[in-house]
Design a protein around this ligand. Sequence first.
Ligand code: MN
Length: 453
Amino acid sequence: MSLRDFLEQVEKNGEVIHVEDEVSPDLEASAILQIFSRSESPIIFFDNVRGYKDTKIVGNICGTRKRLYMALGITGNKIYEKIIEAMNKPLEPSIVEDSPVKEVSEEPRLSRIPILRHFERDAGPYITSAVVSARSPDKRIENVSIHRLLVLDDRRLAIRLVPRHLFKLWSMAKENDKDLDIAISIGVHPAVLLAAASSPPFGVSEFGVANRLLEGRLKLIRCEEIDVYAPAESEIILEGRISRNKVAPEGPFVDITGTYDAQRLQPVVEIIRVMRREKYLYHALLPGGPEHKLLMGLPREAAIYEAVSKVVPKVKAVNLTMGGCGWLHAVISIEKQVEGDSKNAILAALSAHPSLKHVVVIDDDIDAFNPEEVEWAIATRFQADEDLIMVCNVRGSTLDPSADMETGLTTKVGLDATRPLKYPKERFERARIPMTSRVMSIIEKLKKSVSSN
Ligand code: MN
C-alpha cells in the first residue's frame, strides 16, 4: 500500500488539480496550498517545480475528513474503533529485500530535494511530512513518529524533539555514548502517517499500528547504512543520525495553531545516505493546514471517543474542530441519560488528550461538525454558573501562544451545553415546520428557476 495507490484512487474521484505553471518551493507552493485548502481542498500536484525538473510536489493529500476516511476504507465512529483496535492489536509488518525506493542510492544533497519554505518568518525550508523511525540500542523497541525537520545545509537537519518516545530512544543512545540512527521516510500512505501521529505506549511500534490499519499490507525495508527499518514503498528515505551532542537553533516555525513557535536549541541530524525512486513525489504538508490538523487530530479524537465511551452510555460524535486547530478544542455529542453524564464526559475528554483546552458537550440532536449548531446549543442550553468547569494550572499544549509556552501550563474549560433534564425536553427543541410533498414540489420548482437565472 503506497501513497501512489491512494493518489490513483482519489484521482478517479476527481478531487485532484494539477498546477502546470512553474512554481517555486520557496513561499509559492505554500501560498497556493493555503488558498486551496481553505475551500474545496483538492489534492494539489505541482507538476513544474522551479529548479527541480524531475520531481513533482504533491500537497493537501489528506485535506478533507472524507479523504482521510477513504484512505482507511471506513467512515463514522467505526474509524475510531479501527484506530483503537490497531493500537491494541498491532501487527508486525513483513520485511522485503527490494522495492522501487532502491532505484537510486546516493550521497546526500538536501538542496536537490524540493523542500518547502512555508511562511515568511520560518527559519528556513522544513520537511513536515516525514515519518521518523528508530530503534533502541538493544533493537527491542521501535518507534515511529512525525517531526518537523529544518534544513541546515546539504547534509544536516535540525529536529524538533519534544520529550516523548523518540526523545527517549535518543536519550538511551546518549547514555551509551552513541548517536541515534534514524530513517526519515517521505511520501508514505496516509495510514502510515496517521499511525505515526498516534501514541500507543512506549514499546509498541507504530509500524505495527499502521500495518493493522492496512490489514497486513505494510512492507518494510532495511536501510542501507543503518540498522533501521522504513516503509518499503516510501518515495524517498533519508538515512541519518541524531547527534548525541550537537545542537542548532530550530525555529521560528509555524505549527498547528498557525502562529510562530519559538526558536529553541534542538539536536542536529546528519544525513549519511539517500535512497529514492528515480522520479519521486515529494509530499508537502502545509503547517496549520487541514491535512496537518486532521492527521494530528484523528488519533486524539479516537482516544477521546474511547475515554468518553467508558463514562457515558453513548458517544455520537467527536470533533476536534478546525477553528480549534484540530488540537485544542473538542465538541462531543452524547446521549445523556442522567444529569452529570456531560460533566463526566468533559473530565474524561480532558484526561484522554492532555493538550485539549476547551471542550463543549452537546446532545445528540446537535451536529458536532456544524459550528453554527454548536453555538446555538451554547446559546440556548448553557448557563455558566452551573454548566462550566474550569481547571487552572494544568499541563496543556506548548503550541498555544496564550499558555506558558515553556511549561505548557494552561487553564482548561469545559462547557456543558446539553439540555438540563430538570426542565421539559420541549423547551429546548428546535421548532420545526412540517413539510408536505406539495410544498416540497413548489420548493423544487423555485430552486430550478433560481439556478437557471
Ligand atoms: Mn511511540
